[in-house]
Design a protein around this ligand. Structure first.
Ligand SMILES: *[C@@H]1O[C@H](CO)[C@@H](O)[C@H](O)[C@H]1NC(C)=O
Length: 123
C-alpha cells in the first residue's frame, strides 16, 4: 500500500516537473551587463547596457529598478522609459528567448540595474 502511494507521488512529481521544468524561469534569467563604451558625452562616461532574456520562454512587461538613475544622454523611451522607481523595457513588449536589448546612457558612474518584474509568456 505504502509503496503504491509513493509510486503515485513520484509519478505526479515527475509529470509536474516535465510540464513546468522547461519554463521554470525567474528574474535570474534576465541578465544585465554594463560596459564602458569608451566615449564621453558632455563630460560624462558613456555606458552600454545589454539586457538578455536567458529563459526558454519569452518574457514581457520587463521592468528594471531605476531609482536614482540619471543620464545626460537621451535614452529612447521606446527602449527604456522611467515610470516612478522603475524602468519599463521596450514598452512592455516581449523579449524572445536569447534575445537582447541594448541601450547607452552617460553619467559619472555606472548605474546598477536589477530586474524587478517580468511576465513569462506561453508557459
Ligand atoms: C556601445 O554602443 C554604441 C552604440 O550602440 C556602439 O556604437 C559601440 O560600439 C558600443 N561600444 C562597445 C564598447 O560595445
Amino acid at each position: 500500500m505504502m509503496a503504491m502511494v509513493t509510486k503515485h507521488f513520484i509519478a505526479i512529481l515527475i509529470i509536474s516537473l516535465i510540464s513546468k521544468g522547461f519554463c521554470a524561469c525567474s528574474l535570474d534569467n534576465i541578465n544585465i551587463n554594463t560596459i564602458r563604451s569608451g566615449r564621453e558625452i558632455q563630460g560624462k562616461t558613456e555606458w552600454n547596457v545589454t539586457v538578455i532574456n536567458n529563459c526558454n520562454c519569452p518574457q514581457k512587461l520587463i521592468k528594471l529598478t531605476c531609482k536614482g538613475f540619471q543620464t545626460v544622454e537621451n535614452v529612447d523611451p521606446s527602449i527604456l522609459s522611467k515610470v516612478g522607481d522603475k524602468c519599463l523595457l521596450i514598452s512592455g513588449n516581449q523579449l524572445t528567448k536569447s534575445a537582447s536589448v541594448k541601450f547607452s546612457y552617460a553619467w559619472d558612474s555606472a548605474y546598477i540595474f536589477w530586474p524587478s518584474e517580468s511576465t513569462i509568456v506561453g508557459c
